[in-house]
Design a protein around this ligand. Structure first.
Ligand code: PAF
Length: 292
């Protein structure tokens, strides 16, 4: 089933005719993880918009940007099959018209982890998400927990700039061996793909150790690093136990704590995370309510 594709701001506005849809922003190269986001959006909204835009401002490395897979036909088919009603696929000039000179900078949440390894990345993400939410004016926007730091940055941005709608956090979709779905997985060699399973195995082990009563972060990290070392070609960028709200390292696991990890295998950067101890319902996170 074909789904309409619009490429300009004006055509998007006309197609939406003031309606507040569910919204799934993407970089394209859609896979089953995106499919889950789109299905959830379609189940919770009368209409679902998917954006497909390879945002150049969030890539630091021009080679990474150049080799990012682009296949609008495949993406449109997957989006339509998952329940999308409209695709917004602008080009760079439409998103950043000549003279565009404004960026959006989120504070401390963007400094560590991915922010430290990829300077400017979150500025690019925050800027494009701000533009997209203002253009689509969604009732709800769907972001995966797989990119946990991005999710926290978007929640902060959304609250601070009173961006429209609600941010919905969606669980990570995994392969049978636990590897989190990512468009980057396709770039792993056979051996690399096999070794990549060490990443979710390490996170599961840390979560299980917490459930068994270990709350000391250093002890968890020591065991975690040992587990990652079982994969000989994998190099660890970071493995951390953090507060799930502030993303600051913590010495002892408390409710809401998360383990974050980034590794490089076959020159491919893989990130993942897990909740180490659930947040009691009433404590919740900061209110990420709807804005108009
Ligand atoms: O997670 C992504 O796919 C991108 O960072 C996003 C949120 C679509 C912004 O370009």
């Amino acid at each position: 089933m074909a789904v309409p594709i619009v490429t300009t701001r004006a055509a998007l506005r006309e197609a939406l005719a003031g309606e507040r849809p569910g919204f799934v922003p993407t970089l394209g190269a859609l896979h089953a993880g995106h499919e889950a986001l789109i299905r959830q959006a379609a189940a919770e909204n009368a209409r679902t918009v998917v954006s497909i835009f390879v945002n150049p401002t969030q890539f630091q490395n021009p080679a990474d940007l150049a080799r990012y897979p682009r296949d609008l036909g495949h993406d449109a088919e997957l989006a339509a099959g998952s329940g999308a009603d409209l695709i917004f696929a602008p080009d760079v000039g439409e998103m950043y018209p000549p003279g565009a000179d404004t960026t959006v900078e989120v504070g401390s949440l963007t400094h560590p982890w991915e922010g430290a390894s990829r300077p400017g990345h979150f500025r690019g993400v925050a800027t494009v998400v701000t533009i997209l939410l203002n253009l689509v004016h969604p009732a709800r926007s769907y972001f995966g927990e797989k990119d946990y730091q991005q999710l926290r940055v978007v929640q902060r941005l959304h609250a601070d700039l009173a961006l429209p709608g609600t941010i919905v956090a969606c669980p990570t979709v995994r392969e049978p061996d636990g590897l989190a779905l990512s468009s980057r997985n396709a770039r792993l060699s056979v051996a690399g793909r096999w070794q990549a399973a060490a990443v979710p195995r390490t996170l599961r082990q840390m979560r299980d150790q917490v459930a068994a009563g270990t709350h000391d972060a250093e002890e968890l990290l020591r065991a975690g690093r040992n587990e990652l070392q079982q994969a000989p070609d994998l190099s660890v960028d970071y493995l951390a136990v953090v507060d799930g709200d502030t993303l600051e390292p913590i010495p002892t696991v408390v409710p809401g704590a998360r383990a974050l990890v980034a590794v490089v295998l076959d020159g491919v950067r893989l990130i993942d995370n897990v909740a180490l101890a659930p947040v009691p319902q009433e404590q919740g996170k900061e209110p990420h309510g709807a804005h108009d």
